[in-house]
Design a protein around this ligand. Structure first.
Ligand SMILES: Cc1ncc(COP(=O)(O)O)c(C=O)c1O
Length: 494
């Protein structure tokens, strides 16, 4: 079906809402309400621009926003088409009673691209009795609880008043100094004032996105990539351009075309032990990416979420260490190397960026918990952190090898995976006749979890033969048992 008549979209030309945003929200509501049914071919940008008496660029920006939200798809040479909406429990009439105020009904429509994102709750974290291959962290049983408890007690005894007050927005200065020392071990020359402490690195990602991106902008990500970063970019209403990853990280040879075609504002990359693939970007590609970003004047957001969990081979330089112009914003976290519940991550950037990010952080949560920062600082500076890391590396490397052996033994022939040299995950591709999303509930019934591939892709269906398996959060015994059960579930599904 094609929109034949000229489209009348009421526009407030002298209002404060940009025209592309007005067009975007009108079309979004029409798509969600079904007035523009699935597969409808939208008018070309040129025609709609003519109908509305505005520039073609404005319509392009509105279409780009809708595409980023997954509401339309643009096919080169054939046009822009309305996409099927993902089924949404909150969109059902049962959950959006008509008695709700209109603004609530509108809200559902305007958040269509991301409000289905599962919110972490206790049941999804604990998953009673299920072997947690879906986990995104290290082994919760290895959290250094006793040490942390005794340090926290002494922090509260000795500096309780300060620890329970608001701290500095930029973060507890002694912890920032320690972080700058950690960064220097990675070849990064950063002073304490070049570091902003955030509530987990997720907040770092969100602050950077909020600072740099506007609806209709483009962002380059890896294909596949971290699901909550994808959701974040969708929520920002930006166009997501994905560039494939192979075992050496993002295919930087394909990046330049994307930069030329989409003029993105940001490249988001996870160079070390990527989530979900485990790939580690080669030094050559790191250099090329930094050079390209410099040439095309694009910021790089480097997410180093598990950089210290390397099991073999030499460390590659962070992109930030190759950056001579202040083009790279580096984000890391204690969540995976230590414990996610401390909610301490950090950003290192140069120039005015850090100050602007600190300003935004203040608007978001004023400051990260001072009590936790002080406790973490003591824990890290007395060297227990290094010892904890060394032990974790040893334990997790053994678990990775156990999982690789179990996969060889129990998964159907034709399954493929690379052995990652660090991190938390093995990324498995099943042979063509299998579909991971269909296996998930059966696997859970059999007592095994996994992260299904489609959540890591912009085009979700591209991921349906992939499983992300966490080897670090589970014991070798659980690995053996869990992979055997998973192999059985897969075999029986055929
Ligand atoms: C790649 C990546 N980046 C960032 C984060 C955010 O972690 P946190 O906010 O706990 O630091 C995660 C968490 O799973 C992740 O996988």
């Amino acid at each position: 079906m094609e929109v034949q008549a000229s489209m009348r979209i009421p526009l407030e030309r002298s209002g404060s809402v940009p025209l592309y945003a007005q067009i975007g929200s009108f079309l979004r509501a029409a798509i969600i309400s079904g007035k523009l049914p699935v597969q409808t071919r939208m008018p070309s940008a040129r025609r709609l621009a003519g109908d509305l008496g505005i520039s073609r660029m404005t319509v392009e920006a509105a279409y780009a926003g809708l595409e980023a939200e997954g509401l339309v798809r643009r096919e080169m040479g054939s046009g822009t088409f309305v996409m099927a909406l993902a089924p949404s429990p909150t969109r059902s009439s049962a959950e959006v009673p008509e008695s709700w105020p209109q603004w609530q009904q509108d809200l559902i429509a305007s958040c269509a691209s991301w409000h289905d994102l599962p919110v972490l709750d206790v049941s999804s974290v604990v998953g009673e009795g299920v072997i947690p291959f879906e986990s995104g962290t290290g082994d919760t049983r290895r959290f250094p609880l006793a040490d942390f408890r005794s340090i926290m007690r002494s922090v509260l005894q000795r500096e309780g008043k300060e620890a329970l007050d608001y701290g500095e927005t930029r973060g507890y200065a002694p912890l920032r100094r320690t972080i700058s020392e950690i960064l220097s071990l990675h070849g990064l020359q950063a002073g304490a004032d070049d570091v902003l402490i955030t509530s987990g690195s997720q907040q770092g990602l969100a602050l950077v996105a909020q600072l740099l991106l506007r609806p209709g902008d483009s962002v380059v990500v890896e294909r596949p990539t971290y699901a909550a970063a994808l959701a974040l970019f969708r929520a920002m209403g930006v166009r997501i351009v994905d560039v494939p990853v192979d075992r050496d990280g993002m295919r930087v040879d394909l990046l330049e075309t994307a930069l030329q075609r989409y003029h993105p504002r940001l490249i988001y990359t996870i160079p070390n032990f990527q989530n979900p693939t485990g790939a580690c970007m080669s030094t050559g590609r790191r250099r090329s990416m930094v050079a390209l970003a410099e040439r095309y004047d694009v910021a790089i957001l480097e997410d180093d979420f598990v950089g210290d969990l390397r099991y073999e081979g030499r460390a590659q330089p962070p992109l930030k260490a190759l950056d001579r112009t202040g083009g790279v914003i580096y984000v890391s976290t204690f969540s995976k190397m230590l414990m996610p519940g401390v909610r301490v991550g950090f950003v290192h950037a140069d120039g005015p960026v850090l100050k602007l990010l600190a300003g935004l952080k203040r608007l978001t949560d004023l400051a990260t918990s001072s009590a936790f920062q002080r406790t973490l600082h003591r824990y890290v500076s007395i060297g227990r952190y290094e010892a904890h890391l060394r032990r974790s590396r040893r334990v997790y490397a053994t678990r990775r090898d156990s999982m690789a052996r179990a996969l060889e033994r129990y998964f159907p022939s034709g399954s493929e995976f690379d052995l990652p040299c660090g991190g938390l995950f093995i990324w498995v591709r099943l042979p063509p006749r299998y579909a991971a999303p269909e296996l998930l509930s059966r696997a859970q019934k059999a007592g095994v979890g996994f992260a299904s591939g489609e959540e890591f892709f912009v085009e979700r269906s591209s991921g349906d033969r992939f499983l992300r398996l966490n080897f670090a959060a589970v014991t070798p015994e659980e690995i053996e048992r869990g992979i055997r059960s998973l192999g059985k579930v897969i075999a029986e599904s055929n």
